[in-house]
Design a protein around this ligand. Sequence first.
Ligand code: PMP
Length: 359
Amino acid sequence: MSSSDQPSVRLRPEIVALPAYRQGKAAETSAFKLSSNENPFGPLPGVIDAVAAETAFNRYPDATALALREKLATLYARSVDEVHIGSGSVAILAQLILAAAGPGDEVVYPWRSFEAYPSLVTVAGATSVQVPNRADHGHDLTAMAAAITDRTRVVIVCTPNNPTGNIVTADEFDAFMASVPSDLLVILDEAYCEFVTEPGAVTGPPLLTRYPNLVVLRTFSKAYGLAGLRVGYALGPVGILDAARSTAIPLSVTGQGAAAAIASLDEQAALMERVGVLAARRDDVWRELTAQGWQIPQPHGNFLWLPTGAHTASVAEQLGAAGLIVRAFHPEGIRISIGEAEAMEKLLQISKEIVNALP
Ligand code: PMP
């Protein structure tokens, strides 16, 4: 911020100091955008027609997206009030953090993880407690449990973890829940769960009956390919979701977004086919990169993590020059989304040259 951009009114200093959300760069015509974990496929069949049928732009949408909640409630065998819809799962994350944590309270989460966590905690006026991932880039759940104090109000577990791709297993999660106070809100962020093929991985929804302090977050942005329409959902106890509804900005889920999500849920076979293609592409790329000499944690989402350390800036620059727009996290590593087959071929060509030139 230049001195002329300094606010002329008194704002919260921690907000003035907070960088705005950093979005993956837009792709130039010849480049592949692999920086936001988007889906290279377009909407599922029926989605464009369903959105086109939603023409009452002069009317407000249904505030609670009831039809979508009913559909998800049936899918997960929950009541409609145990489902909450937001304009992206990031909106629900913000609502839950605001509902549970304020000044003097702490929010424990792994680091590195989803970039929005620290900002949302700061906006709530609460304090972030970041627990470093293990050397294999997975969550250190033991250290996370140990970081909980009587000031902790929320713990976030992200699986597969953005940006490292590691999963938490069902056994690890159960052990973690057993070591966490039962009145502490645990958010299981499963934005990438549809891409998981590992049989031992944790899956949130069946655990809701066992843990009354658990909320599971999912999204239509990734596997369903609806990032632009902004629809995410939470499954959890009514009392917790009611509090999220109370902190929500009203009417932020559009009728078009809800209609697209409903139509997408009717296309499970097509969804699974696309997810299968992307997961297989991910596994192939991971195997080939590993054979080239890269040391990459096994990816479980629709992205890969290159732990490039001090070389992060130069590697990201080389990838960018080759037409691959990736997300660099200085000085730790680079996250690359699984995109078009052509983009992955290009990646494998350039990555070979890069790894051979690394000291
Ligand atoms: N959680 C994680 C781990 C993510 O990576 C993202 C998106 N990058 C989100 C939540 C939010 O996604 P959306 O708001 O599009 O649902």
